[in-house]
Structures are given as C-alpha cells and as structure tokens.
Design a protein around this ligand. Structure first.
Ligand code: SAH
Length: 251
C-alpha cells in the first residue's frame, strides 16, 4: 500500500494521528526533503528505508514505489503541508493508476492555515471577506491568465500566496493595481510553526521593503486582505438575537 501523507507545515506534532501512525509502520518513506522537517523521520522504524525526493525525478520516485509495493512493503510518500495543494501528487497518482497500484491520500495542515494561526487572525469575517483565494504569482511555472494576481485581487477576498515571496516586487505591483489602494494589510509569515518562524506585518506600501530587510526569499506565506486589520461585524452564529439549529434566540 502507498500512503500520500501531509506532514503539516513544520512542527512535527502538526501531522495527523493517522499520518504519524503510518510513518511508524512504514517500510519505506520518500519525503520531500526541501520542506518536510527531518524530525518526522525519528518516528520511523530502524529498518525503514528513507529517500529524499528533492534530488529525484517523477519516474525515479514512482519506480521506487512500484518496486516496494511488489515486495509487499508499506510506503509513505511524505509531502509538506497538505499534499493536495502544490504537492505535485496528481502526476504520481496518475502513473500509479496506469500501473494498477493502489494508494490513499491523508490530508495535512496546510501552511496557509498555519500562517493565519501564527498571526492569530481569521480569513473569513462577516462583511469583510467570505472567500479565501489560494494562489501564487507566475514564476518559472506559469499561471493561467484568467488567474492573474491583479484580476484575483479585484475580488477583495482574503488571499494566501504560496511560492511567491521571492517576487515581492511583482506581487505588490499586481495587488496594488487590483485593490486600487496601498493601505491593504499584508502579513508575510516565514516558516510558520518552525523554531525560526518570522512574522512581518505591513501594508502594500511598505511590505516589500520590510521583507527585503528581513532577508526572506523563500518558504513564506503572503497573506493579504482586510481580515488582517480593521473593523468587522460580529458573527451571527454566537449572536444572542439569532437562532439556529442548535440554539434558540434569547428573548
Ligand atoms: N503543500 C504545501 C505547499 C507546498 S508549495 C502546503 O499545503 O503548505 C511550497 C510553498 O508553501 C512555499 O513556497 C511557501 O510559500 C509555502 N510554505 C510551505 N511551508 C511553509 C511554512 N511552514 N510557512 C510558510 N510558508 C510555507
């Protein structure tokens, strides 16, 4: 059996119980070494074979999995955060499908929610934003033109940008055009939940400079929107005059 497992954002205790148990039982682990904490590997058996996928191709990864499964080994493919977001798992799963090899996918805590927890905010506030956009700016990998950052920013939804902090200048330019104002709050969270986590708070006006001063060029979430700072209405869910399935309104 092959299990694609989300390792969570960094802190080893932010993997799911299911994910940890699979690691403990695994005969082979292929982990995404550039972002997954090596501390996860301490939970593996001594006999567990461990490979870092950072230096492997898709074919090499799938080949290792295929051979292991044929020997009846339990394989964990450990991905950072949640494997379904920028995880490049689809291409692995499609090759396994072609070979008739079964697998499962265990979700994880994505870095976008970990980053929002680090700044102690909520993406979805009444009257402010009820939508979260997860995206990235185009870099060496293109982004469909309908999803250009400037167009997405026009929605004024809460945003979490992956894989984009090295292009802060272009990010800020596009967000500025989309929002049409410079005072939009921005938080850059570097290595959320790791020991060397850093949080930089600012606005579209000053965030580029602050991030440059902090020397952050990778492994960061850029969170954007008025959910970070400003007014909001309290929720109906806990409003005394609002009844719902689980609670009668007080008179
Ligand atoms: N599947 C992962 C994302 C992989 S893409 C997830 O769900 O989080 C890699 C990008 O994720 C990085 O460029 C960075 O933008 C973001 N990222 C991953 N771990 C992070 C962390 N601990 N803190 C902040 N951003 C992180």
């Amino acid at each position: 059996m092959i299990s694609f497992v989300g390792a969570g954002p960094g802190d080893v205790d932010l993997i799911t119980i299911k994910g940890r148990q699979l690691l403990e039982k695994a005969d082979m682990v292929i982990y995404a070494g550039s972002l997954v904490s090596k501390d996860h590997l301490k939970f593996c058996k001594d006999s567990c074979k461990i490979y870092n996928s950072a230096s492997m191709t898709l074919e090499e990864i799938v080949d290792k999995m295929e051979k292991a499964v044929k020997e009846g080994l339990k394989v964990v493919r450990l991905h950072t955060g949640d494997p379904t977001i920028y995880g490049a798992i689809r291409e692995q799963m499609d090759l396994l499908d072609e070979m008739g090899i079964e697998y499962e996918v265990i979700p994880g805590v994505s870095s976008f929610t970990a980053a929002c927890s680090a700044i102690k905010k909520e993406f979805t506030l009444p009257n402010v934003a009820q939508t979260v956009i997860l995206t990235r700016i185009e870099g060496r990998t293109p982004v469909p033109k309908e999803e250009d950052l400037e167009l997405l920013a026009k929605h004024k939804a809460s945003m979490a940008l992956f894989l984009s902090v090295k292009d802060m200048d272009r990010v800020v330019k596009k967000l500025n055009k989309g929002y049409g104002r410079e005072d939009v709050p921005v938080a850059v969270v570097y290595k959320a939940t790791w020991d060397d986590e850093k949080i930089i708070m600012g606005t579209l006006k000053d965030i580029e400079e602050k991030v440059e001063q902090a020397g952050i060029t990778k492994t960061a979430q850029i969170l954007v929107g008025d959910f970070i700072k400003g007014e909001y209405e309290r929720s109906k869910l806990y409003d005394p005059s609002f009844s719902h399935e689980y609670r009668e309104a007080s008179k």
